[in-house]
Design a protein around this ligand. Structure first.
Ligand code: ADP
Length: 190
């Protein structure tokens, strides 16, 4: 199984690159942000609770997202591999993912980090907010809060995967196709 984590701050291009990777490598896409927004659109209790955090730019509690990822994996037993997009975002999530993958008798193959500076990220998110209607992309203080959460809770995972020799960073500024090529080169050299 090829299991990859696409890693990076909000607005780095994880969703865009995931779409291209999953079609090239025949993987299932797990985006916790998309799953949470689908819950919210469906008006479920989980979705309503999650929205309280999302609208403030805070992370949703670990138990909620871990449960969602587990359900998704269990409902795709045929998958040849997964792209984890926006997950894990905390140390408990990374630990839970290791346990889940072990239960599937597999593990993380590679972690691909999209590296983009904060000024560029703010520009991209505000632009995305104009077309997507995502409220968390329209307000600069919510965006800054998401970066704060990323710095404090998510960035430490880079070291966790680096120490296992799994992390590979790629410059996330440039043409989508060039960035995709750089990501594929890392995967193909596995
Ligand atoms: P972005 O990467 O641009 O922030 P996402 O769609 O991945 O967008 O996430 C949107 C919001 O959903 C996050 O700000 C957070 O509130 C919530 N969220 C998504 N994934 C997770 C996760 N793994 N753990 C906690 N909260 C999450």
């Amino acid at each position: 199984m090829l299991n990859l984590i696409i890693f990076g701050p909000p607005g780095a291009g994880k969703g865009t690159q995931s779409e291209k990777l999953l079609s090239k490598y025949q993987l299932q896409h797990i985006s916790t942000g998309d799953l949470l927004r689908a819950e919210r659109s469906a008006g479920t209790e989980l979705g309503n609770q999650a929205n309280e955090y999302i609208s403030k730019g805070e992370l949703v509690p670990d138990t909620v997202v871990i449960g969602m990822v587990k359900n998704f994996m269990l409902s795709h037993p045929e998958a040849g591999g997964f792209i984890f997009d926006g997950f894990p975002r905390t140390t408990p999530q990374a630990d839970a993912l290791d346990v889940m993958l072990k239960e599937f008798q597999t593990g993380i193959s590679i972690v691909l980090g999209l590296e983009v500076d904060e000024d560029e990220l703010v520009k991209r998110l505000l632009l995305r907010g104009q077309s997507s209607g995502r409220a968390d992309d329209q307000d600069e203080s919510t965006i800054r809060n998401r970066f704060q959460e990323y710095q404090n809770k998510t960035l430490p995972l880079q070291g966790y995967y680096q120490s296992q020799g799994k992390y590979h960073g790629v410059n996330g500024i440039g043409e989508v196709e060039d960035i995709f090529g750089a990501l594929c080169a890392h995967i193909d050299s596995l």
